[in-house]
Design a binder for this molecule. Structure first.
Ligand code: CP
Ligand code: NVA
Length: 315
């Protein structure tokens, strides 16, 4: 049973197929449905808020011909202490796939281990792989020649990641960069160096830990093809928000900092954004800011991911 819990759950040879399928879904959107999930019902269990992830999965499942059940964690018995394993086993008897957003990454791996249906990680504190695949696709759309190889277009490109350099988005980009053959420089406050968990993951996947951490944001953006940031206070960290706001101030993506990257560099943010905090409004207004393409592409990429998992589940 194939799951998508981390970037490396698709191997290098499969990446071309996933990206090409996303491009095809984007090109043919609105044409008669492909029906790869026809007759299927997928469930989504969310323990955190969401706009893009929830809506793109719900629309995507519908567009692939499937039916979707959105389950707030607190509305099901999981929220009252039913075990993760029993929840996975019971849901496996009813539905064909599961999309999960939660805190502890181990909860997603436990759900997948006890499931007989594909499980997709829709964000944990550790990783947000659907976002990284989408962002890489969004960049590749611009970097590849028309109709050219999207995955190959990523190779050797440099990402500058600013702000909170030791949470889900940074971790996911470290893993994604290693998988796609990209370089990544992360700039954040002292004490926010990428942690042991992501290093262990790279090692487990047999990937070289080829990232660079600095406290100097200008060092990180020098020569960057892509400048990336995320909120300074992620879901679940609200109590630390005042402290984080002060600590991360030097890492705000201002127009001046963005101008220090390559002249054709893209700006990305997974959203939601807080203009005036991690990113200046002028950067969001720059034509090289592609945040809404990233948001749209969640739909196309996740349809491709679900189609690949559904295909492997049928084997
Ligand atoms: N980027 C992202 O995952 O957004 P949501 O939290 O709105 O789903
Ligand atoms: N780091 C953010 C990402 C939101 C999509 C969070 O976890 O809240």
């Amino acid at each position: 049973m194939k799951h998508f819990l981390k970037e490396t759950d698709f191997h290098a040879p499969e990446l071309g197929e996933v990206f090409a399928l996303a491009r095809e879904y984007k090109r043919t959107r609105g044409q008669p449905r492909t029906g790869v999930l026809a007759g299927q019902t997928w469930a989504m269990i969310f323990s955190k808020s969401s706009t893009r992830t929830r809506v793109s999965f719900e629309v995507g499942i519908h567009e692939l011909g499937g039916h979707v059940l959105f389950l707030n964690r607190n509305d099901i018995q999981l929220g009252r202490g039913e075990s993760i394993e029993d929840t996975a086993k019971v849901l496996s008897r009813f539905v064909h796939g599961l999309v999960v957003r939660t805190y502890d990454h181990a909860d997603v791996t436990r759900l997948a281990a006890a499931s007989t249906m594909p499980v997709i990680n829709a964000l944990t504190d550790f990783l947000h792989p659907c976002q990284i695949y989408t962002d890489a696709f969004t960049a590749a759309e611009r970097w590849a020649a028309p109709g050219g190889d999207l995955v190959a277009a990523l190779k050797g490109r440099k990402i500058a990641y600013l702000g909170d350099t030791c949470f889900n988005m940074a971790n996911s980009w470290i893993l994604g960069a290693a998988l796609f053959g990209m370089k990544i420089s992360l700039a954040g406050p002292k004490g926010f160096e990428p942690g042991a968990e992501i290093q262990a993951q790279l090692k487990a996947d047999g990937l070289k830990a080829d990232y660079h951490f600095t406290t100097d944001p200008y060092e990180a953006v020098a020569g960057a093809d892509l400048v990336y940031t995320d909120v300074w206070t992620s879901m679940g960290q609200e109590e630390e928000s005042k402290k984080r706001l002060a600590q991360m101030q030097p890492y705000a993506v201002t127009a001046k900092l963005f101008a220090a990257a390559k002249p054709d560099a893209l700006f990305m943010h997974c959203l939601p954004a807080h203009p005036g905090e991690e990113v200046e409004q002028a950067v969001l207004d720059n034509p090289r800011c592609v945040i809404f393409d990233e948001a749209e592409n969640r739909l196309h990429m996740q349809k491709a991911i679900m189609a690949m998992l559904a295909k492997s589940a049928r084997k």
